[in-house]
Write a protein of this length. Structure first.
Length: 325
């Protein structure tokens, strides 16, 4: 992704070639989007209508699986098989909510010191979602489908590098839910900050770095807006002395390199007990060297190419292995 006056240029990370240019959403268009989202009748929809719409969403994803997966691979760079698996996971979530939503939304009652209390799930309004590039579809489904199922509407600012997928998200959701339930806008960081403070926005959610998360939280707090943050981390992968070393090594390789290593739950640091360190390295290194690094559009590719040097030649940088005390 590169910037250009008036919009975003999305590039293929494998080739560096331009995939498309997307103009920034104008202030007037943003106003229309927020007006449509806040005036939508979706919060007053019946549960059975929501169930039907979620079911349609799953059906559309099944129908469009191949082109949507291909677009993920073009923009994000993950292997095509993993892109298909991402769409399949989204379909599974749709099936789950279509089946379980009536029970999820059914009020819960509790006896409190002789009185009866009730907890109900009710919509709060427009949710502004700022989401990352590593799972262009799953990030939307896992975060926003529950919000929409509860009756909220969504304005989506996706990662700039997957803007084509963001447009496809809006198209698919509109087919399943109708206009105004989920809308995509193309804006930069300062404009996104302004939208957080807009009176038509009830809540904001962000998935990404700690640095940007702090900025989002600060802006939301200043505007007294509900805010949900899902930020990055540095997950330890701990191998104790009594571990099944071959199984642990296989799990470590899968955890670190799945989705090109771009996952919040990937193994970032390996902490290995000194008693099994050498055996673990002996098992792990050959498995990493056997990974097929290449064109992510090819069926046999397991890891898409990175901007840095080949993963197989940089194990010390990509795969730090430390002794555990």
């Amino acid at each position: 992704m590169t910037g250009r006056d008036g919009g975003i240029v999305v590039v293929n990370p494998t080739t560096g070639y331009e995939l498309g240019f997307y103009p920034y959403t104008t202030p007037e268009a943003i106003d229309r989007v927020l007006d449509d989202a806040s005036a939508s009748q979706w919060p007053r929809s019946r549960v059975e209508d929501r169930v039907a719409a979620i079911g349609r969403l799953g059906d559309v994803l099944v129908e469009r699986r191949e082109p949507l997966a291909a677009l993920i691979t073009l923009e994000m760079g993950k292997p095509i098989r993993q892109a298909r698996a991402e769409i399949d996971k989204c379909v599974t979530a749709c099936r789950y909510y279509a089946e379980e939503l009536p029970g999820i939304l059914w009020p819960d009652t509790f006896d409190i010191d002789g009185d009866t209390a009730m907890v109900r799930v009710v919509p709060i309004g427009v949710v502004f979602a700022i989401l990352p590039w590593n799972y262009p579809w799953w990030q939307v489904i896992r975060a926003m489908l529950p919000a929409i199922a509860a009756g909220n509407t969504v304005v989506l600012k996706h990662a700039e590098s997957v803007t084509g997928s963001a447009m496809a998200v809006e198209d698919v959701f509109q087919e399943a839910f109708g206009a105004g339930v989920l809308q995509t806008i193309v804006v930069d960081g300062p404009r996104a900050s302004d939208i957080i403070g807009d009176s038509r926005v009830a809540a904001v959610t962000f998935t990404g770095s700690d640095r940007v998360g702090a900025l989002v939280a600060s802006r939301a707090g200043a505007a007294l807006k509900k805010c949900v943050l899902e930020l990055g981390g540095s997950d330890p992968f701990v191998v104790l002395a009594d571990a099944d070393v071959p199984a642990a090594a296989a799990a470590a390789v899968k955890s670190r390199f799945l989705n090109n290593g771009q996952s919040c739950i990937a193994a970032k640091r390996l902490l290995v007990h000194r008693d099994v360190h050498d055996a673990f390295v002996h098992e792990l290194v050959p498995q990493v060297r056997e990974l097929r690094v290449g064109d992510p559009a090819e069926e046999t590719t397991e890891v898409g190419p990175l901007a840095r040097q080949d993963l197989r030649d940089s194990l010390s940088d990509e795969f730090p292995i430390e002794y555990a005390c």
